[in-house]
Each structure stands twice: as structure tokens, then as C-alpha cells.
Design a protein around this ligand. Structure first.
Ligand code: HSE
Length: 336
């Protein structure tokens, strides 16, 4: 599958690593042999119509250099021009999330739709700002748009929710949707770390966004909740509809007080009639009370009752595994 890869940060690089690791089984199990014909990082672009070697991409990024050094075509192009001009079937987009205007992702997806390239995005920005119009544009142009990696890292939260919907009705969702803040709150509680020390660890572990204020102030979780509400509860939400409070003001005193009540503090995203994100005390015995960068999502359904999915909600390889999941699904859809 001729693929354009835009974004070579933690997720983009991990995607390349996973493509290498899984080369044989992707081919034998799914007939998938993705060829990266063009790529872009924050410093430049590379084109090779015959395919850029994935090993070379990994090595050049590990050396801290720009992908443009691998180009055998015209390097003097923007990422948008790559998508517009290079012959490809798929765009994999993993640029940093921007919740103000969704850029650069918004324009990249737009041009991919116009040029009829299927899309896998790990980016929450455009989905949180303009979910309905994006889905409508993709459908109208017969473009497959997949975004499993935008919610839950490697955990198939959207797929799990869609399964619930098949024979039941989701009434309410309560969830821990941000790995970074869950890591911070866990380490403040377990090891008595300060907020800043715990945040620095989360950054080093590759959990935090390029702009970690998105994690800390609750907007990353809110963006994921918007996507879930729209896809799984048929809402028509945008980020501004939500009430959002993050964990910036949580102190060791708050953590100790919660401990005294047999509880701990978690950043909970919830949606029923309204949608909100805020830190609340929950029981340590609650099955939703997960540690570290784990995510947990409790679906309250009309007939089956409560169902919970737990898994790694952040991290490069975890999120890259969701991109591979989307890749396999696109390949299966394209065969039909
Ligand atoms: N920064 C995000 C988190 C990454 O911590 O959950 C996964 O979306």
C-alpha cells in the first residue's frame, strides 16, 4: 500500500519500528506491504516513489536529522504538496495535536480527502473541533478515515464501544482517558512525588503531548471524550461544549485527604446528558481505579449493565499498534 507518513515524533517513529517488526506477519496474514513513498517531519520532506527504506527512516530520526536527507525527489515541498502530488493510497498522520484550530492536521486531512487518499490519524485536534464535518467530507468523497489511535493509545476503546452499540444502548460513559495525568496522580499518591517531578517522568516515558498543558489541564481527555460522545452516543459535540478542569491544582494535601477517605484522585471524563472532565475522588476498590499510564473506560449500557475496558492509554509503541489496527481494517475494506 503506497503510504505517505506525516509526523515523525514518538508515534511516527514507533509506527516505523512496528512496521519493521511485523513485516512478515502483516504480509502473510493480511497481504499488507506498506511502502512509504513520501514522509515529512517538522524540518522537511522526503520523496522516493520506489519506497523509502523504513530502516533508514528509523536511523535518520535516531541520529536527530531530518527525513529530507533521505529524499531522492524534490525536497522543496510542503507536507501539503506531498499529499497533493505524490501518488499514494494512504495518509498516516501523526503530527502534534492542536486544539485551537486543529492545524497542521486539519489541512493535511482536508487535502488527503480531496485527493481521495484513505486516512489514518492519531491526531485528536480536528476530530475534537469539527468531528461531524470531517466525517461527512470523508464519506462524501468515499475516503476511509480511521482514528483508533486518537483515543486510548493501544487500547481498542472505540472498537469496544462500537461493539456495545451493536446490540445494546450506551447510556453513560465514565473514563480515565489521559495516561499522563493518571501517571502523575499515581506517582504523587504512591511515591509522594511532586506534581512537576511526576510530569517530567511522564514526558520522558513518551506519554505526554508535545504541549503537555493539554494533558495537565484536561483538554486531551476532553478531546477524546468528544470523539467518543460523537461516535458512540451519536452526539454532535465540539470541545467548547464541555466543562473542563485539569489536575494542575492538585496538591499532596488533596491526595492525603483522599487517602484518608479510602479514595484516590483521578481525572474523570464523563458523559451522559452533558459532558465534563474533572478530578474527583474515587474508591481505590473501584475497578476503574487503574494505575500509571493505564486508561479505563466504564460503559453503562441499558441491557448488559456496566462493562469496563482497561489498557495502556499512552506510549509510542502502544499508539502505533492502534495505527496498525486501522491499517489492517483499511486493507480489509479495500479488498471488498
Ligand atoms: N498524552 C496522551 C496521554 C497520549 O497521556 O494520554 C495518548 O493520547
Amino acid at each position: 500500500m503506497r503510504t505517505i507518513l506525516i509526523g515523525l515524533g514518538t508515534i511516527g517513529k514507533s509506527f516505523c519500528q512496528l512496521l519493521l517488526n511485523r513485516k512478515q506477519d502483516l504480509l502473510s496474514d493480511y497481504g499488507l506491504d506498506p511502502t512509504i513513498v513520501a514522509a515529512a517531519d517538522s524540518k522537511g520532506v522526503a520523496i522516493n516513489e520506489k519506497g523509502i527504506k523504513i530502516n533508514d527512516i528509523i536511523n535518520i530520526k535516531e541520529a536527530g536529522k531530518s527525513i529530507s536527507e533521505l529524499s531522492i525527489g524534490n525536497k522543496d515541498k510542503t507536507a501539503i504538496e506531498l499529499i497533493e502530488e505524490v501518488d499514494a493510497e494512504l495518509l498516516v498522520e501523526a503530527t502534534p495535536t492542536n486544539i485551537q484550530n486543529g492545524e497542521p492536521s486539519n489541512s493535511l486531512l482536508d487535502i488527503a480527502i480531496k485527493t481521495k487518499k484513505n486516512i489514518i490519524t492519531a491526531n485528536k485536534g480536528p476530530l475534537a473541533i469539527a468531528f461531524s464535518s470531517l466525517i461527512e467530507k470523508a464519506n462524501y468523497n468515499n475516503v476511509i478515515l480511521k482514528y483508533s489511535a486518537a483515543v486510548g493509545g493501544g487500547t481498542p476503546i472505540l472498537e469496544f464501544g462500537r461493539k456495545c452499540l451493536e446490540a445494546d444502548r450506551i447510556l453513560e460513559i465514565n473514563a480515565i482517558l489521559n495516561g499522563t495525568t493518571n501517571y502523575i496522580l499515581t506517582e504523587m499518591d504512591n511515591r509522594g512525588l511532586s506534581f512537576n517531578d511526576a510530569l517530567n517522568e511522564a514526558k520522558k516515558l513518551g506519554y505526554a503531548e508535545s504541549d503537555p498543558t493539554l494533558d495537565v489541564d484536561g483538554f486531551d481527555a476532553a478531546a477524546k471524550l468528544v470523539i467518543m460522545g460523537n461516535l458512540l452516543l451519536n452526539k454532535d459535540l465540539v470541545l467548547n461544549d464541555l466543562s473542563v478542569k485539569g489536575i494542575r491544582d492538585i496538591t499532596q494535601k488533596d491526595i492525603s485527604k483522599a487517602k484518608g477517605n479510602g479514595n484516590t484522585i483521578k481525572l474523570i471524563a464523563s458523559i451522559n446528558k452533558s459532558a465534563k472532565v474533572s478530578p474527583i475522588e474515587i474508591s481505590r476498590e473501584d475497578p476503574m481505579c487503574v494505575k500509571g499510564a493505564l486508561n479505563s473506560v466504564k460503559f453503562t449500557t441499558e441491557f448488559a449493565g456496566e462493562e469496563i475496558i482497561i489498557g495502556k492509554g499512552a506510549g509510542g509503541m502502544e499508539t502505533a499498534s492502534a495505527i496498525i489496527r486501522d491499517l489492517v481494517e483499511i486493507k480489509q475494506n479495500m479488498r471488498v
